[in-house]
Design a protein. Structure first.
Length: 95
């Protein structure tokens, strides 16, 4: 397990810029006023990946694909939370 952590620690600096570029592209497609920055999106995805088992990642491309999927899921969850928050606010408004 320590070897997996070491390999991940050596992989992340290599792919970090690529992940930031992906995150920036994903965020450009989001609604104006999005408060999440590319760096924050990459870091949140990294935290989720740490909950996963790093020994399952086959190579750099596989890691990047999983990280990209994680970033998309984070954006989807944020959008759903926003819609739910708006619906709750509207439901509590007097008619």
């Amino acid at each position: 397990m320590a070897d997996d952590r070491e390999s991940l620690d050596s992989l992340l600096p290599v792919v970090y810029q690529e992940l930031r570029r992906l995150a920036a592209n994903y965020l450009r497609r989001e609604r104006p006023g999005q408060t999440l920055q590319p760096t924050g999106l990459v870091h949140e995805a990294y935290l989720r990946l740490m909950k996963d088992r790093p020994d399952r990642w086959q190579n750099r491309a596989h890691f990047c694909a999983i990280a990209a999927h994680s970033m998309r899921q984070i954006l989807i969850e944020r959008a759903r939370a926003r819609v739910a928050r708006i619906a709750t606010q509207r439901a509590s408004e007097p008619v």
